[in-house]
Ligand binder design. Sequence first.
Ligand SMILES: Nc1ncnc2c1ncn2[C@@H]1O[C@H](COP(=O)(O)OP(=O)(O)OP(=O)(O)O)[C@@H](O)[C@H]1O
Ligand SMILES: [Mg+2]
Length: 256
Amino acid sequence: MSAVETMRRGEISVRGLAKSFTLNGQRLNVLRDLNLSVAPGESLAIVGPSGCGKTTLLRVLAGLELPDTGQVLIDGVPVRGLGRERAIIFQEPRLLPWLSVLGNVSFGLELRGVPQSQAQARARHYIRLVGLADFETAYPRQLSGGMAQRVGIARALTVQPEILLLDEPFGALDAMTKLTMQEELARIWREEALTMVLVTHDLEEAIFLADRVLVLQRENMGAPRLIDISIPRPRDRSSGDFVKMRRALMAEFGLH
Ligand SMILES: Nc1ncnc2c1ncn2[C@@H]1O[C@H](COP(=O)(O)OP(=O)(O)OP(=O)(O)O)[C@@H](O)[C@H]1O
Ligand SMILES: [Mg+2]
């Protein structure tokens, strides 16, 4: 095997990224010369106040949005639109109501021409991984919000991406379900050796899941900052280190 084949993949490199929007004749510089590298297998969380550009950045990484200047490289290759090595998960899973859980999860593979039996076998693996083995014949309307979001995660994983991009994936869930889902995501991230970029409003979620946190601010409110979360895993939300980190992160936003 050559050195290239043995190399781990899923590296993201953001170079000189800028993106602005014009709204009611006013120019809004949402991303301003952003530079960032995410290592293969790293988990990065993006936090910041509403409107600071978290979703915009994620959409640029996904290839859903073009930057004004700068570029995103995945394993050294410039992003041009959506790519198979990246999967994106939104706040709402947007399942197809007429397909079962199994159908929703295997759909993407079948679209890519994978024979149905093979697609379903792989889908079943990921349905098990997200803890829904008993529900593969259920339809989306028969699922709770947390279960539907798990289906969304299984669907994203089934196409075996190297990079998982998540935009407030647990934002619509109740507090208890959210904690369980965070633990499951931590496990899946480790087991699948994924590179993960997670947008969240929830500072605790960021500390629980991330190796580093990117703190974004609105225009004229400060430059982006990267903060290392060097707390051993699995993380305990009530440990001294965790609480200290939460305090430090809150201070980034002038909160106490
Ligand atoms: N297509 C667009 N056209 C015009 N303005 C846009 C567009 N998309 C985003 N914006 C603006 O860019 C800014 C950043 O939006 P973005 O959705 O990235 O914020 P966010 O950090 O994800 O916020 P939230 O935490 O509320 O989800 C906002 O002021 C928004 O109005
Ligand atoms: Mg957003």
